[in-house]
Design a binder for this molecule. Sequence first.
Ligand code: 13P
Length: 287
Amino acid sequence: MLVSAKDMLTKAKAGKYAVGQFNINNLEWTKSILLTAQELQSPVILGVSEGAGKYMTGFKTVAAMVDAMVDSLGITVPVALHLDHGTYEGAKACIEAGFSSIMFDGSHYPIDENIAKTKELVAICNEKGISLEAEVGAIGGEEDGVIGKGECADPAECKAIADLGVTMLAAGIGNIHGKYPDNWEGLSFETLDAIQKLTGDMPLVLHGGTGIPADMIKKAISLGVAKINVNTECQLAFQEATRKYIEEGKDLQGKGFDPRKLLAPGAEAIKATVKEKMELFGSVGKA
Ligand code: 13P
């Protein structure tokens, strides 16, 4: 059964570790992430962007697939199915489709509009027992074709959104989606500390988990980050393993093309990436 992310994040914040959100694109990715979480006895959040949802033929398909897979694989660790960077309409569609967690990214709206829309969704999510992530201060880089500039969120605006009763808050602290450029200045711990002081127990979310050095990840967790999103690193691992397999020409021998064999090395590479992240985030054995 899919669960809200509320309990796992409350525990993570109190226990000073973070739960990983790993984005899914297809059946193989979902299976790899679920099996790794189960093996490591770690809670896990499966992220779905609106683009990935469309690719998989819609949010209803995704919810049905993940729900059935949790059951068929005998997964007993807590699993939340979460919309990543949702629009207002996308958030409502995922609530209808059976997602157990939603992100509404209103960071590009003026703060008053972000507050008004987030408030409406808080009421709907509370009624249905669904966790809700809000965002203040755009995360840099490109996410599913949407380009945002790296920003540091205003701590007072973070408090205004946190006070609406959201489950978790994503705040820009200089983080960027995708690979970090060579001249990246690093995370702004000053901003993170100021946000944490004003928002208290609110679990904070760190987007752009790919390529942040381990010491910065640990410091961010010590300052209140309880959820870390990783996408690009799984994509790169999948791509590299698949490329290598094709170059070796293995799939071209014998009986010919077999999609199950072709996708297997990529699926294994995702398992290894997820394991490494869960160990770094400290969520192993916390299910
Ligand atoms: P990366 O693609 O940089 O790992 O970021 C993922 C993310 O933040 C999804 O919301």
